[in-house]
Design a protein around this ligand. Structure first.
Ligand code: URA
Length: 231
């Protein structure tokens, strides 16, 4: 991995400003928002694991603080690291399309990641995504715990194995737990599904279509369940 340049520090400063501006447009305000903004500012200075040394900036969660659904991804990718916002790159595009097909407005859900810094291996000018290890996931669980205790979403969706490990605090096999709610200690429930990047990596068009349909079906079930729980 490569250390941060001065340009990256400037990008990080813009990222924080944009993230705060975007969040302030979203209700509710008051103490909840103030607590969340304090958390965001604190997270920007996180040194709980070594990943802060290499990424451009912390990529915190975003979305309404009264959201009934919280989506949790793995970690920011290259574009998220530069923008300071989750799911804005290629995986974000797949995610957005699936949300739309499932009738879920992205502006109404909270979107975050299990690990808040981009982990990569430098290959020439390219930064290649590298999976976070157990220690990095564990170090970052503190932040997701804080986000969850402020937002208290009735439904939390783990997108992929890293997110599931962080939310459930154990290793699970996606195909075994997919499609049914798992109870969480705070009274909410966790739904596990695949990560949008998995859908991007499927080489065969037919299978890719099939898996995308299954993903949208999961999201529809999740949408209905969240509506049921908040009626
Ligand atoms: N993949 C993730 O898990 N999260 C992002 O924010 C982007 C890609």
């Amino acid at each position: 991995m490569i250390a941060k340049s001065r340009d990256e520090a400037a990008i990080a400063a813009v990222g924080l400003k944009d993230a705060l501006a975007a969040e302030r447009r979203i209700e509710p305000g008051g103490n909840l928002r103030a607590s969340w903004e304090a958390l965001l500012t604190e997270a920007r200075g996180c040194t709980r694991c070594d990943l802060y040394k290499y990424g451009t900036q912390t990529v915190f969660g975003e979305g309404p603080l009264d959201a009934s659904i919280m989506f949790v991804g793995e970690q920011p990718g290259d574009q998220e690291d530069l923008a300071g916002r989750p799911f804005v790159g290629p995986a974000g595009q797949v995610f957005d399309e699936a949300l739309e097909k499932a009738g879920i407005a992205r502006s109404e859900v909270y979107v975050t990641n299990a690990v808040k810094h981009f982990k990569f291996v430098a290959r020439g000018k390219k930064r290649i995504h590298s999976k976070p290890n157990a220690g990095e996931i564990e170090a970052c669980r503190w932040w997701i715990g804080q986000e969850r205790s402020l937002i208290r979403p009735p439904v939390t969706v783990a997108l992929g194995a890293t997110a599931a490990r962080s939310i459930l605090d154990k290793v699970v096999t996606i195909s075994r737990v997919r499609g049914a709610p798992l109870p969480l200690a705070d009274g909410g429930e966790c739904w596990v599904t695949v990560h949008p990047s998995f859908l991007l990596r499927i080489p065969e068009a037919g299978r890719r279509r099939e898996e995308r349909t299954k993903f949208v079906d999961d999201l529809r079930r999740i949408r209905d369940r969240a509506a049921e729980l908040t009626r």
